[in-house]
Design a protein around this ligand. Structure first.
Ligand SMILES: [Zn+2]
Length: 596
């Protein structure tokens, strides 16, 4: 048994998330975590909403809310959506908790003590009329990289690049239109060049990474600069240094605190579990492994910056140093990055209304229909396109006509003819062959999921479904009225295959596997689901706005990843279909909805 940290990218709490987001970080990570638990590993799946930074403030301004109110609003929506999708988080929390603030400040303090945080003079914007610091979000200008004319002081929403206000062409205050004055001031920088050598050595020890992630990260090492970690901002984690901690206009940069969330969420989980030291099993045990899941726009933070921060906190960069109070912390085992999901050929964009929110999707379709699409056709190794026509085809031709039909036909026939799982007679070669196929599928598909090849994994599972459907067609048990013994043997064989397949399918499609388990006469929880719990912040000092929802669950009693013999005589009833066939008209309806 190994301790496996499954670390998912932190969805940003400035709006509801769309299906492209959950295709990148959510579903692939959940498949992995569910499988690893079934293999007997001690999995901890953590994340939360990323709630600091300028875009939250911009959204809050637009809605007439405080930043804390806006963050709380979207945190709740996102928690509910991830719950509905069945993502089996051990803890999904937030970056505004007191526990997170403490952990971030502790890591900053250690990095600072080890000499990896530089204080440098830089140009900051002030308002000429008031003489006060002008926060990044109130400065707008033309992006020097792409020419977008309403880039903000810290980021261009068009090309996604991080900016400094001084980079903007023709900067203007969004408050009163005046041109800001730039004055020298101090800010903090992470000394990335001090980690170049250690990062390079660490990357050389990585195996099994997707080649694009490794290549991209190696290229980053060629040109490393100190990276700013503080901003002119009044929303975020205060800088824990004398003369800075009380300043209302200086905060740690949102990315710096967000990546520390993996650690703080594990600590919060341990504290809530009643064993406050338990987090160390995933972070300090050298045998523990950690897998980080995200979209490709986030690779840099997980394969370069977060490892650099961990090296610095461990005292393992070029300047040496000592581990802080959190001890020596594990670097990522693997950074698993997805490409982008587009929609009907276009980039998802909330502002251009090219978007399908998770919530809207799940109001009309089942969570497993979405999970199936993402597993089978998601952007695992290259960008992939979501189209409603393809969703319809995958749902109807593969999920309903393939897996759903196998479940329905075999259980219905057994229920009708025997009212129970029949007692098998002597197996024939064709029976043994099918059972050998499903048994072998555990190894093949398990290895694929373990290597984060979800697309190939579900492809193999559907091939096994096809083999079972072919077996039914070839043996034709509905023609065996005269030979109930042989009919019973065939139905027993196919039900055993269905039972194996519900286990194999459960990491991908947990909701329907639970249903199949029940249709086969099983009791209790087969594929455990997360649940929402309202909690109070554990500590003072954060920015949560009263009690808030966390996503958590009890996954201690999951079935093993293996074939379990069916018990003849188990009562079966006429099944209700597990999946819903969709009308072809949904394609036009959905496209119309999009253009409305
Ligand atoms: Zn730009």
């Amino acid at each position: 048994m190994t301790h496996v940290l499954t670390a998912l990218a932190w969805p940003y709490a400035n709006g509801p998330r769309h299906i492209g987001h959950v295709a990148g970080f959510g579903v692939p990570a959940d498949v992995f975590a569910r499988y690893m638990r079934m293999r007997g590993h001690d999995v901890l799946m953590v994340s939360g909403t990323d709630e600091h930074g300028t875009p939250i403030l911009v959204q809050a301004d637009a809605e007439g809310l405080t930043a804390a109110e806006a963050a709380a609003k979207y945190n709740r929506i996102i928690v509910e959506d991830l719950d509905a999708l069945g993502l089996s988080y051990d803890l999904f929390t937030r970056t505004t908790t007191g526990n997170h603030y403490k952990t971030v400040q502790e890591l900053f303090t250690t990095l600072h003590a080890n000499g990896y945080i530089l204080q440098q003079r830089t140009l900051g914007a002030i308002s000429p009329s008031t003489g006060r610091t002008l926060p990044d979000r109130y400065i707008e200008g033309t992006c020097p990289h792409c020419g977008f004319d309403s880039a903000r002081g810290d980021q261009c929403d068009n090309c996604g690049r991080q900016l400094d206000p001084v980079d903007l062409i023709d900067p203007k205050s969004r408050i009163n239109g005046e041109t800001p004055k730039f004055v020298e001031e101090d800010h903090f920088f992470l000394d990335l060049p001090a980690f170049a050598e250690a990062l390079n050595a660490w990357l050389d020890t990585r195996t099994g990474w997707r080649t694009n992630v490794l290549r991209f990260t190696k290229n980053l090492l060629d040109e490393m600069h100190p990276r700013p970690i503080s901003r002119d901002l009044d929303w975020g984690v205060p800088i824990p240094l004398e003369g800075w901690a009380d300043r209302p206009d200086k905060r740690l940069y949102v990315w710096f605190d967000a990546v520390i969330g993996y650690l703080s969420a594990t600590i919060e989980w341990a504290r809530r579990s009643g064993d406050p030291e338990a987090w160390k099993r995933w972070w300090q045990d050298p045998e523990a492994v950690s897998y980080y899941f995200m979209g490709k726009d986030n690779i840099v933070f997980h394969s370069e910056i977060w490892p650099a921060m961990l090296l610095g906190a461990n005292g393992e960069g070029a300047k040496g140093g000592e581990p802080g109070s959190l001890g020596t912390l594990n670097l990522p085992t693997e950074v698993v990055s997805s490409e982008f999901l587009t929609m009907e050929g276009k980039q998802f964009s909330s502002s251009r209304r090219v978007v399908i929110y998770v919530r809207d999707f799940l109001e009309r379709y089942s969570p497993d229909a979405l999970r199936y699409y993402i597993c089978a056709a998601g952007p695992e190794n290259q960008d992939s396109d979501f189209t409603w026509a393809e969703f319809l085809r995958r749902n109807n031709d593969e999920l309903v006509a393939g897996w759903g039909n196998l479940v329905n036909r075999s259980i219905a026939m057994a229920a009708k003819n025997f009212g129970a799982v029949p007692e098998p007679g002597e197996l024939e070669d064709v029976d043994r062959e099918l059972l050998a196929t499903t048994k072998a599928a555990f190894d093949t598909i398990g290895d694929l999921i373990g290597a984060n090849k979800v697309r190939a994994g579900i492809g193999e599972a559907m091939k096994t479904v096809a083999a079972a459907n072919k077996y039914l067609a070839d043996t034709a048990p509905w023609k065996m009225k005269e030979d109930p013994k042989r009919q019973g043997t065939v139905l027993y064989t196919v039900l055993q295959a269905v039972s194996d397949l519900k286990t194999i399918m459960s990491p991908f499609l947990p909701h329907s596997s639970q249903r199949v388990h029940e249709l086969l006469g099983g009791e209790g929880v087969f594929a455990p689901m997360p649940y929402i719990e309202e909690v109070a912040d554990l500590d003072e000092g954060g920015a949560t706005d009263g009690p808030y929802p966390i996503l958590t669950g009890d996954y201690s009693d999951v079935p093993k990843w293996e074939s379990v013999p069916l018990v003849p005589g188990t009562v079966l009833e006429k099944p209700v279909p597990v999946f819903t066939k969709l009308e072809p008209s949904i394609v036009d309806e959905e496209i119309e909805r999009l253009n409305a």
